[in-house]
Write a protein that binds this ligand. Sequence first.
Ligand SMILES: [Zn+2]
Length: 407
Amino acid sequence: MQLRYAFRLYPDAGQRTALARAFGCARVVFNDAVRAREDARKAGRPFPTAGQLSRKLITEAKRTKERSWLGEVSAVVLQQSLRDAEAAYRNFFSSLNGTRKGPRTGPPRFKSRKDARQSVRFTANARWSITGSGRLSLPKIGAVKVKWSRMLPAAPTSVTVVMDAVGRYFASFVIDTDPVADRARMPETDRTIGIDLGLTHFAVLSTGEKIGSPRFLRRAEKKLKKAQRELSRKQKGSRNRAKARLKVARAHAKVADARREFHHQLSTRLISENQGIAVEDLSVAGLARTRLAKSVHDAGWSSFISMLTYKAARYGRTLVKIGRFTPTSQTCCTCGAVDGPKPLDVREWTCAACGAVHDRDVNAAINVKTAAGLAVSACGAPVRPGAVPAQREETGSHGFPTGNRAA
Ligand SMILES: [Zn+2]
């Protein structure tokens, strides 16, 4: 399995100039490749092959006056940019003919120096390395200072250098994980858990634990709100407004970082503690949003689920996603009776059938776990997932097996 590890980079002035040059050259080669294919399409000619493009847009272009500066950056960066253009076309075509899942991908568009994200990629043969003093040495750029915020678990196979919208630099390393080391890091357990997207909390667990945003995320969000308020008070077109806008962009980036960090911490903890994890799948597109208040969290929830998904695959855990029409908040987790929809402000309710009193979110989390087939049966043996497929639609009065209340 391949994973990405990103670290902040601090290039000096000369290195920033060299990186800007590399970003620019990579962009030009990418755009030339898109243009070459567009021209071929318009003229009704077959698409040029990767080899032809490489010869024409890199090797020969370097000898022309207009493109001679391509020689100032590492050739691997340019080759990689061509490959990226190829991949963009491949994704577009497989999206067109339906072999690619997910949302429709548009045709590759031209890159601009104004794009929020600039990047160049160095593959294994690009002669980049990590120096003895912990710097990232890049061909024709130099040894760049890195802030190593965590350990790299293995030697990386490639690195992408990125500059984001607020001018921060990052190195994103690709690592092949080691299954043996991973298994040693997270030994098997027989615990399972259901997670519900809480109304007042980020997540509620079937154990009854409610998880809210951590303080560092709340603080970053507060700063962002303050920066946005300040921006709205600045006069249009003024220099102070431009400054305030940059401040908002920086605060946005901080919130995004803090949220990602929170999702990482929580997903790692849940994966480490549990063998089976059940979540609601909110990614089903085009469904009516019956739980409006929750949709506010949807964006954060889906990135959290994708972290859980890859970590589950990495550490041999079972992640079960249940359909969003499963009536988790309407069903009594004790007796299985379906009690009907409840207004969003109802935090606690009593089952009319068996008299059990439920916290709305905890009851839902237990139902998520049950619906996924992760509940522990009466005799204590864990019920293996797979036997109970994710429910896709509301069924009659018995949406859930009865009696196997989660442990
Ligand atoms: Zn009941």
